[in-house]
Write a protein that binds this ligand. Structure first.
Ligand code: Z5A
Length: 225
């Protein structure tokens, strides 16, 4: 695919959204044709599915229902947003993607990892991230950040945030296993550091990837690797 696909992964409150937006601003300022999206969400259908998934009132949702809803939202996102943008040579920055399902439903809910791999393959239809930033943080610290934000905005924790600490610890272990299995794709970042330091690491990695591509800003990005 001619575009470049970069995903941001990690547990609650690790700073994914903050870092994605900072990279987007940096790339656009440098003249690159970059877009942002999120999984779940990112499409009108995906927004409706996201509402179902995160509603804290949905306490009786079965683990299999949860898995299929995440995959349904992702299939729509790939079909409607990600694949067309990559085909057009754009840079796509996505807040969460397939690794979230492996970490949350596979390691967190302890669903079958082979089944998840097959569903991810079906939902993405061959679209895979070129580069993934994994923001790694102790779940207690991440949940504390999320709680602070929820309190400031007078919101409620969502259904997944309300899971017990042991769940979030399994999710972190899952992410680390993914990174260990795919070190070429997944860059692990210590998310306990200051925002500016993390931002610098991300910029350097992406700028280097773009420089190696040899294209001037604003032009199409050739396939990586
Ligand atoms: N989920 C799943 O189970 N399966 C799947 O397949 C997928 C998802 C795709 C989606 O929520 C939920 O769905 C998620 C996983 C599950 N679980 N939950 N809940 P989401 O992605 O929309 O929400 P989130 O992951 O919970 O994001 P978040 O809490 O918004 O966290 P974040 O994006 O990583 O962080 P942030 O919004 O950038 O920052 C959080 C706060 O920390 C904010 O006040 C920042 O100012 C602050 N912050 C950020 N960086 C720093 C640093 N470095 N130092 C100090 N403070 C910081």
């Amino acid at each position: 695919m001619p575009g470049l696909f970069v995903t941001f992964e990690g547990g609650e409150g690790t700073g994914k959204t903050t870092q994605l937006k900072a990279l987007l601003a940096h790339l656009r300022a440098a003249g690159w044709d970059a877009i942002e999206t999120r999984d779940p969400g990112g499409t009108p259908i995906g927004k409706q599915i996201r509402g179902l998934l995160l509603d804290p009132e949905n306490t009786r949702m079965a683990a299999a229902s949860e898995l299929f809803l995440y995959e349904a939202s992702r299939a729509q996102l790939v079909h409607e947003v990600i694949r067309p943008a990559l085909d057009a040579g754009r840079i796509v920055l996505c807040d969460r993607f397939t690794d979230s399902t492996v970490a949350y439903q596979g390691y967190g809910r302890e669903l079958d990892l082979d089944l998840i791999a097959r569903l991810n393959a079906m939902a993405t239809d061959g679209v895979r991230p070129d580069l993934t930033f994994l923001l790694d943080l102790d779940p207690e610290a991440g949940l504390a950040r999320a709680t602070q934000r929820v309190t400031q905005r007078q919101e409620r924790h969502d259904r997944i945030e309300e899971e017990v600490l042991a769940f979030h610890q399994r999710v972190r272990a899952g992410y680390r296993a993914i990174a260990a299995a795919e070190p070429g794709r997944v860059a692990v970042l210590d998310a306990a550091r200051g925002m500016a330091e993390i931002e610098g690491d991300i910029r350097r990695r992406v700028d280097e990837l773009l420089r190696r591509s040899g294209r001037p800003p604003g032009s199409r990005v050739p396939a990586s690797g």
